[in-house]
Design a protein around this ligand. Structure first.
Ligand SMILES: Nc1ncnc2c1ncn2[C@@H]1O[C@H](COP(=O)(O)OP(=O)(O)OP(=O)(O)O)[C@@H](O)[C@H]1O
Ligand SMILES: [Mg+2]
Length: 306
């Protein structure tokens, strides 16, 4: 039985991130034959800081770099990405979770040939997924692992259980912050919960809507000052900035990416640069990806607990 099959035999025993780990099936060591996508979550403490448009534009930029990209709209109760892209999906993750549709039925195509797993709008019961549903969703995603290079997750904002879960499932977490005190404090709050409660140690910070590099670096320094002071040693890298750009709200209103509408706009150039930098970066854990990484994370977490 391979590792994924082992995970699938686990059918929702009492379990939680802090829960009864001893009841989970044992994992074999990492297999090298399976191709794993790189899993990147885009998250924020405060809402409205640009996550969804960053995910949409970054995904398109990746497709232009010949990457096969899947976007997961993990803001499950409040559909974001398909609205931003003017797409009207017939089925959503809700149908998948209710076992009415298969993952291949709900996948839709977006610009550049990116794939999108769309969320539902106004579905309260999806705002806090049950543990079983979370595992089920990651298992389903695993079906697509071989066909994609990058899985980009728009997690939604805050410190809800869904937001935390999808950030833990991702190998790389991009925390988006704007040059505003509330955004800075809430970025710190998200990092704090992930670091102290779940021992996530590595983050990157992307500053959105900055007027220039100096302003972006100041925001980054403020976040670092807080994390250094209160949380000790974490790895928090500066990823870059997306400038304030009036072409962005214009693209949002037209339900298109700014990259398609205004490829030479300052924000478009930043998205391309960001995608290139990310694509060139080797991932910290080599082949680790989605569910594989998630399960290994849990293993380490509980080992650390003693
Ligand atoms: N760099 C920018 N320049 C100008 N306007 C921006 C910029 N980034 C974001 N915006 C504006 O902020 C709005 C919110 O962006 P978006 O919906 O992507 O945020 P979000 O973080 O996904 O929000 P939520 O937390 O509600 O999901 C956009 O519609 C756009 O008008
Ligand atoms: Mg959003």
């Amino acid at each position: 039985m391979n590792q994924i099959e082992q995970i699938r035999v686990f059918k929702g025993k009492p379990y939680g991130i802090k829960g009864s780990f001893s009841q989970l099936p044992k994992l074999k060591e990492e297999t090298t034959s399976q191709k794993w996508p790189r899993v990147i979550s885009v998250s924020s403490g405060k809402g409205g800081v640009g996550k969804t448009l960053i995910v949409a534009n970054l995904a398109l930029a990746f497709t232009w770099l010949q990457k096969k990209v899947l976007v997961l709209d993990a803001d499950l109760g409040l559909a974001n990405i398909n609205v931003l892209l003017g797409l009207a999906p017939r089925y959503t993750i809700e149908h998948l979770l209710k076992k009415k549709k298969k993952i291949s039925d709900i996948l839709i195509n977006g610009p550049g040939g990116m794939f999108i797993l769309p969320a539902s709008s106004g579905v309260l019961e999806l705002v806090n997924l049950e543990e079983e549903q979370k595992i089920f969703l990651l298992n389903e995603l695993d079906e697509l692992a071989e066909s994609i290079d990058i899985l980009l997750i728009d997690t939604g904002s805050g410190i809800s259980s869904n937001v935390l879960y999808f950030n833990l499932a991702a190998e790389e977490t991009i925390v988006v912050a704007m040059p505003e005190p509330t955004s800075i404090i809430n970025a710190y709050a998200l990092i704090k919960v992930l670091a102290t409660n779940y021992k996530k140690k590595k983050f990157t910070i992307l500053i959105n809507s900055a007027r220039n590099t100096q302003e972006a670096k100041e925001v980054y320094k403020k976040i670092i000052k807080l994390t250094d002071h209160f949380l000790g040693s974490l790895s928090i890298d500066y990823l870059g900035l997306i400038p304030f750009d009036e072409k962005l709200p214009d693209a949002v209103r037209q339900q298109k990416t700014v990259l398609e509408l205004h490829p030479q706009a300052p924000s478009s150039l930043s998205f391309m640069e960001l995608a290139k930098n990310l694509a060139e970066k080797t991932t910290p854990h080599g082949s680790n990806g989605c569910i594989q990484f998630f399960w290994r994370y849990l293993l380490h977490y509980h080992k650390d607990e003693g």
